[in-house]
Design a protein around this ligand. Structure first.
Ligand SMILES: C[S@@+](CC[C@H](N)C(=O)[O-])C[C@H]1O[C@@H](n2cnc3c(N)ncnc32)[C@H](O)[C@@H]1O
Length: 698
């Protein structure tokens, strides 16, 4: 967790506001109970009564909860308004003014710690056209008044009618367009209980078919897509309903959840009667807490649990918050503030890294220890009482040189090493020079510094090395040009010499993340959606899963590079491969998608074999939690690609080169299986074609 406190809000019901309408009293009382904010209904029942008088024709229907069309829409046969009311309604439609007694908040200073719920009786998706338009008008009035008071967020009632979801979304979009800063959140239940019931009672065959409780997520997806992924539109996830199965639940992790609403009755009583959350709910909330949504506790004053009183709920959540911050990994602590942050990948061959960047690398507690272990094992395989020549290529500020010295000391038995530290960054070479005295005090090692590019420096035959150590790996393995640099450095190695790493493999998986997609799409130029980024994933969901029947993995292998290569290249006169075309690669992979989702790009990882049993890995199923050096890579897709339940995605990815540069191109295709046949339903464009938007310079 980022170290920031998770905001928790205390919901103040209309009943409580009727007893004490002073907002600041509620705010201060809530602060005393360790809350950070309050939520409340924005408007009062008197506004509802006036709106219904204006816009709903038949009182009987109102009582039954069936609103009817407005006078002005003129669709209803049931219009019973008198002329006077009709006229007042028209005046309201033109002016949209509240009476002071119709709103719960009216002063600027009351609003600082308030999140408001818009009128929950608004029916933006009513089957009745008149009601829909008048509800939209009322929403715009609330939005305008909320903006006037500088409220930060207004939470909209959940959509109720799938058939009219486009009307709902259009009204939300209109409300967003009417304001500049106000954030809107849509309440969405975490599941639809009817769907959960169906999947439990259906026969096993059917339950597999129906076992994807997705309608509430699909409603949300439709709304945010129609609202063009507005960054001011978020989700208020309502946990009043039972949680869906874990595989469907994880879908919410990639959505912009700004609030989580937990009613007191979602808690269960523990042995002593105190409210606690079920294990799956705890896990879910802890995961969600990492993105700091506001947790809204409701009905805490209703005395549902026999022990602890109304403050027991917030106390319990604070306890959970502490637990999850105590269990945060080093990566989570290190990367807090970088979560879901899009960074352009480094180009250490083209650019000279600065000292701060090296310093950040050097904080990694795992990488250097693994390199040292690999060097140790490689030295143990050398004869005792022998001299081993080691080239550390791309030595940076020298941590791998130090690692090799530690390794030879540990290997003992008269082993000695000579290290050639090669670095092309002139600035880092100054730091390396500064360490020479210390290194050359060693009884087992001598160190020689060579300034230059490993692909062109020349060595006499007797200067060639037994072991070549490098760390030129990017987030996708090969994306910082390790293959090209090491091809050029193989001249520095004796025949049968060893490279650490000896090979590395790139992996990919389809991902969903409205956050990342939003960031990329709102950067405002075509280029942004056609270049890879380095990202510490947080609000990201991998859409694929293992499919044993079809022998498919959730995260699949793209390609590998091996050093020294098993191929014999045609060499130029300097001993380098004549062209770089042997380093082109292509991957065509098919992924199984168990649950509906929206694809926003590809997640890339790598795994590198150093020596013996020593590996580096960022693969999500076997990465080292303490390793800080690499975040995954993200290849965006420039449109949200809808993937139905049990669909298949074909990912096409290429690593291409023309001797001056390397670049990636990528695209996806979507298929569903109908009567055993693969039917294509969608595809993306080819991204970054011919390095138009992104290249890595050789
Ligand atoms: C990722 S940094 C690793 C630095 C250091 N070995 C470490 O692990 O902290 C890669 C280093 O390789 C250097 N480098 C990259 N390409 C090179 C080349 N062709 N010849 C020499 N040095 C190179 C860069 O300047 C940079 O210092």
């Amino acid at each position: 967790m980022s170290g920031s406190r998770v905001p928790i809000a205390n919901h103040i019901s209309q009943e409580l506001l009727n007893k004490n309408p002073t907002i600041l009293d509620h705010v201060n009382d809530s602060f005393d109970l360790d809350y950070d904010a309050i939520t409340l209904p924005f408007t009062k029942p008197s506004w509802k009564a006036r709106w219904q008088r204006y816009c709903v024709a038949n009182e009987d229907d109102v009582k039954k909860g069936r609103a009817r069309s407005s006078y002005i829409a003129g669709k209803s046969e049931n219009v019973v308004q008198d002329r006077q009311t009709a006229k007042e309604a028209e005046v309201w439609r033109l002016t949209r003014v509240y009476d002071k007694g119709e709103v719960n908040v009216s002063k600027l200073d009351e609003c600082e710690s308030v999140v408001a719920f818009a009128s929950d009786w608004l029916e933006l998706d009513s089957p009745d056209e008149g009601i829909r338009f008048d509800s939209e008008m009322a929403l715009k009035q609330e939005v305008a008044y909320a903006s006037y008071l500088s409220l930060h967020t207004l939470i909209l009632p959940a959509p109720r009618n799938r058939k009219f979801i486009a009307d709902y979304a259009r009204s939300v979009m209109a409300a967003l367009d009417n304001t500049t800063y106000l954030q809107l959140s849509v309440v969405i239940p975490v599941s639809d209980p009817a769907e959960l019931e169906q999947s439990e009672t259906a026969s096993p065959a059917l339950s597999e078919f129906k076992g994807d409780p997705s309608s509430t997520w699909e409603a949300w997806d439709a709304i945010r897509t129609l609202c063009d992924y507005s960054p001011r539109l978020g989700l208020a996830l309502d946990l009043s309903q039972p949680l869906p199965p874990p595989s469907a639940l994880k879908r919410w992790s990639s959505e912009p959840t700004r609030q989580i609403i937990i009613p007191a009755n979602a808690f269960v009583g523990n042995a002593k009667g105190y409210p606690v959350l079920s294990k799956p709910c705890q896990e879910f909330i802890k995961e969600q807490m990492k993105t700091l949504p506001t947790i809204i506790l409701t009905e805490t004053f209703d005395g549902i649990h026999k022990s602890g009183g109304s403050k027991a709920y917030v106390q319990y959540l604070r306890y959970m918050e502490k637990q999850s911050s105590d269990s945060a990994t080093s990566v989570e602590n290190f990367a807090s503030g970088y979560m879901d942050w899009l960074q352009a990948p480094l180009q250490p061959l083209l650019d000279n890294l600065d000292s701060t960047t090296y310093e950040i690398f050097e904080k990694d507690p795992v990488k250097y220890q693994k390199y040292e272990q690999a060097a140790y094992l490689a030295l143990l395989d050398r004869e005792p009482n022998s001299l081993t020549r080691i080239a550390v290529v791309g030595a940076g500020r020298g941590p791998l040189v130090q690692g090799a010295i530690n390794a030879v000391d540990a290997a003992g038995e008269g082993r000695r090493i000579h290290i050639m530290a090669i670095e092309k960054n002139p600035n880092a070479c100054v730091t390396l020079q500064g360490r020479m005295d210390e290194w050359n005090e060693s009884k087992t090692a001598t160190v020689e510094l060579v300034f230059g590019d490993m692909r062109i420096i020349e060595l006499e035959e007797e200067q060639k090395n037994d072991i070549l150590i490098s760390e030129l790996l990017g987030s996708f393995g090969d994306n910082e040009l390790s293959p090209e640099c090491l091809d050029g450095a193989m001249r520095l190695l004796k025949p049968y010499g060893v490279s650490i790493p000896s090979y590395y493999t790139s992996y990919v998986a389809p991902l969903s993340s409205s956050k990342l997609y939003n960031e990329v799409m709102h950067m405002g130029d075509a280029k942004s959606a056609e270049m890879p980024y380095v990202v510490m994933f947080q609000a990201v969901n991998i859409l694929s899963s293992q499919d044993k029947e079809k022998n498919r993995k959730a995260v699949q292998q793209c390609w590998s590079y091996k050093h020294p290569s098993k191929y014999e290249f045609v060499m130029d006169r300097n001993g380098n491969p004549m062209s770089n075309y042997h380093n082109t690669r292509a991957a065509h992979l098919t992924f199984s998608i168990p649950h509906a989702g929206v694809l926003h790009g590809l997640a890339g990882y790598f795994e590198a074999h150093l020596y013996g049993n020593v590996w580096l890995s960022t693969h999500p199923e076997r990465y080292d939690q303490e390793m800080l050096s690499w975040f995954p890579i993200y290849f965006p897709i420039n449109m949200g690609v809808y993937l139905p339940t049990r669909s298949e995605v074909d990912v096409h990815l290429w690593r291409l080169t023309d001797n001056k540069k390397v670049w990636f191109e990528w695209s996806v295709e979507v298929f569903v299986i109908i009567d055993g046949n693969r039917v294509k339903i969608n595809q993306s464009k080819l991204h970054n074609h011919d390095a138009k938007h992104n290249r890595i310079e050789l």
